[in-house]
Design a protein around this ligand. Sequence first.
Ligand code: GDD
Ligand code: MN
Length: 363
Amino acid sequence: MNDAPGPTLCVVVPCYRERPNVAPMIASLDVALAGIDWEVMFVDDDSPDGTADEVRRIALTDRRVRCLRRVGRRGLSSAVIEGALATSAEFVAVIDGDLQHDESRLPLMLDAVRGGADLAVGSRHVGDGDAAGLASPLRERLSATGIRLARMLARAPINDPMSGFFLMRRATFEALTPRLNGQGFKILLDLMLAARAPLRVVEIPYRFRPRQAGESKLDILVLVQFAGLLIDRALGGVVPLRFLAFALVGAFGMAVNLLVTLILRRAGVHFATAQTIGTIVAMIGNFEMNNRLTYRTIRLRGGAYWRGLVLFMLVCGLGAVANIGIARALYRGDTAGLAASAVGSAIGVVWNYAVSATLVWRA
Ligand code: GDD
Ligand code: MN
């Protein structure tokens, strides 16, 4: 029996623009979970289609239905984490809000964890499981490559490490939470990589259904974040991922700066002027890229965008001055000039990162 304070099972449903899927989702959970004391936690990131309103409309007459609405943030993984932390249920399941996962497998998954598994995963790649719902051949290829990489890194044998459909004890989830990366789409993989000892995994096959309503939110940035998650874990989580992204953007900016300066020089512009314009163009480009990529989840908009841009340019301007200063101080004619400027650049990028992370984006 259930002697924990909350319901036995909380089904966490991350959703963004899933309004038409909310009512069918609840109806199918009602059928699938008959005989289990359950609740459902929709975690909505302020969808413009009014997904949260739809959840609340149903919650008025059904106390098992809960709504966690987040404003000003986006992200499947972080939505799942916050949903799982907001319940008191003994077990937590995660399922997509677009009806692509098969909720009828949930009781089997619950039995598996009750029977001693740390994690029950709905898998498209075991037994009669099937990935028919993947939209295109390209997606299938990307998915296959990702799976291979993820299997290499995951600390337990798992056929479908990219699944977003799983169940575990809330206590297990909470114990792993402090070590989660929390970005992107792959919360299951994130959890597995965060475990200090390999988790006992049971995979339950299911058929991935095609989407009926709405559209997939998987885009190129989500793939970049996935690569980031893997790099982060491969490095043992020591180097902050944001720093890597920031440094990469910085390197790109240096190339832009050089290119613009060269083009202007060719056009006969004076060296100092060409260099100044090159620097400004690179700074604006870097700010835009960092805002869209490095700090995607806390992206600056409206007034905050302009304030951030001005601050960023001031910070990086100072960084550039310091950078040249350090390089000059180290360069005594006898030391290698390249080493001196490398040290200068390294200190410059750390400075830019440290100050923009605290002042510009306030991560
Ligand atoms: N709160 C919130 N915030 N929810 C989101 C966000 C977000 O930024 N982005 C996506 N979601 C929700 C969607 O509304 C949907 O319910 C679920 O997360 C999955 O998003 P989809 O856009 O439908 O992803 P998919 O179909 O490409 O892939 C999903 O299924 C795969 C198969 O199991 C993902 O869950 C994958 O992780 C999973 O492997
Ligand atoms: Mn989907």
